[in-house]
Write a protein that binds this ligand. Structure first.
Ligand SMILES: NC(=O)c1ccc[n+]([C@@H]2O[C@H](COP(=O)([O-])OP(=O)(O)OC[C@H]3O[C@@H](n4cnc5c(N)ncnc54)[C@H](O)[C@@H]3O)[C@@H](O)[C@H]2O)c1
Length: 427
């Protein structure tokens, strides 16, 4: 049987994957965002994950002669009706109480259910807690399609490990975990990914194992970062340079090279809540996972209080002070501002009456304003500031002449330990 793939949800995860599969198979990229669909069919990816030339090389809208392998993006249900593999890559956020919000997954499953046919395989890629695919999504597929799971249609799970903005570890170069709802389907799902992922695949024994593997990868990072954040707080009290300590300890072969910092974004800071929720449903209250979350979520306020202390020591009058914050995205060299913890620094500093200018050449000012009600600029500031905080290590910030941006009595704080200029404080 000829393979035809639908990728449901064309964001940071879905688009690179759809582009990669389109080098070998006919692929329909489906998304509910009409504007995104029209931009993508024009070869424009505003997430900057897929370059224009690469995208255009597989797009049907740019190469009408492509027949056996191509990408066509659409928001029309009929365009995905004749696919036999459906890969779901929609967001899995948490709500304001940090509870998993499975609404996009339910909605995407409803979409797929409307076109589901005998023999089809639905693979989920969204990060979830163990059990979501078979206990939450499959029932939606069964109910709306009237088809029977593991008799008429099948499921798979293959978590994504990409890292937005990372041009080295692209989707094809990262080993991919795969799983299927039966041993035979596991082999099929694995073969599908193996045909395009040059780094290879790891077939997990069950979907629940693959789901659990992904969610612990990010939870492990979260906890390790929380540990070094705690160390940074301790060493700051003891007046010991944390970076120097980590460098010295890092000479041991099995010391893990984690750095203190803000944990934002929609993965590391979110996924542990998914695991915690499932654990609590099963009657186990996670200690370490939630302690890590609390520690990491407190770091924005901590940075602000450290900067304020340094400003007071230098007799800078807070309510008259002008502060330059470099970076607002949740990580370096990418435009993604979702769940950025820089806003915690901003809110805390504003409570002290400090005037803040935020410069980020990557973030879209209208998006930041819409999401957080915070004004940012893409234009290099020209005035002189009482304090500068490096919040995000965008490469471009190391070409800035920080000294020319500061008054003679100033505070420079480097959250990321990134600046080559001399600084007054860092995490
Ligand atoms: N971005 C990452 O670095 C990363 C890495 C690994 C895993 N993940 C996981 O992958 C999943 C997707 O994340 P993302 O960053 O690509 O999200 P995203 O917000 O960038 O993209 C999601 C896309 O899905 C679309 N969408 C939402 N609901 C839809 C629906 N019902 N039908 C069709 N399209 C719909 C949105 O319009 C959007 O374009 C999440 O579970 C995330 O945790 C993300």
């Amino acid at each position: 049987m000829e393979i035809k793939i639908a990728v449901i949800g064309l964001g940071y995860v879905g688009l690179p994957l759809a582009r990669l599969f389109a080098t070998k198979y006919p692929v329909i990229g489906f998304d509910i965002n009409e504007q995104r669909i029209s931009e993508l069919n024009d070869g424009i990816d505003l997430t900057l994950e897929v370059e224009e030339d690469l995208l255009k090389s597989v797009l049907k809208t740019h190469n009408s002669q492509l027949t056996t392998n191509y990408l066509h993006c659409s928001n029309k249900l009929e365009d995905i009706a004749d696919c036999n593999y459906y890969i779901v890559t929609v967001p899995t956020p948490v709500d304001k109480h940090n509870k998993p919000d499975l609404t996009p997954l339910y909605k995407a499953s409803e979409t797929v259910a409307k076109v589901l046919k005998k023999g089809d395989i639905v693979i989920y890629e969204s990060t979830v807690y163990p059990g979501v695919t078979e206990e939450e999504c499959v029932p939606v597929l069964e109910k709306l399609s009237g088809l029977k799971f593991n008799v008429d249609f099948f499921a798979g799970y293959s978590p994504e490990r990409i890292n937005p903005g990372d041009k080295e570890h692209t989707v094809d170069k990262i080993l991919k975990v795969t799983a299927g709802s039966t041993p035979e389907i596991g082999l099929k799902v694995d073969a599908l990914y193996n045909s395009v992922i040059t780094a290879g695949t790891h077939l997990a024994p069950t979907i629940r194992v693959a789901e659990a593997a992904k969610v612990i990868e990010n939870s492990q990072r979260d906890i390790n970062i929380a540990f070094v954040n705690e160390l940074a707080k301790i060493f700051n009290i003891l007046d010991i340079n944390t970076q120097d300590v980590l460098e010295a300890a890092g000479t041991k072969w099995n010391f893990l090279p984690f750095k203190p910092g803000l944990v934002g974004g929609h993965c590391i800071g979110v996924d542990p809540y998914y695991l915690a929720q499932k654990a609590m449903e099963a009657g186990y209250h996670p200690e370490i996972i939630l302690a890590g979350r609390r520690m990491n979520d407190s770091m924005g306020e901590y940075v602000a209080s450290e900067v304020v202390k340094l400003m007071i020591k230098k007799e800078i009058v807070l309510h008259k002070a002008e502060l330059l914050l470099l970076g607002v995205t949740f990580k370096e060299n990418c435009p993604d501002v979702r769940n950025t913890k820089i806003v915690d620094i901003v809110h805390a500093l504003k409570e002290y009456g400090i005037n803040i200018t935020i410069y980020d050449p990557w973030a879209k000012p209208e998006e930041v304003l819409h999401e957080y009600g915070i004004v940012t600029t893409k234009i290099v500031p020209t005035s002189q500031f009482d304090a500068v905080i490096l919040g995000v290590s965008h490469d471009v910030f190391n070409t800035l002449d920080i000294n020319s941006l500061t008054k003679s009595n100033n505070v420079i704080y480097d959250v990321k330990g990134f600046l080559t200029a001399e600084v007054d404080g860092r995490l």
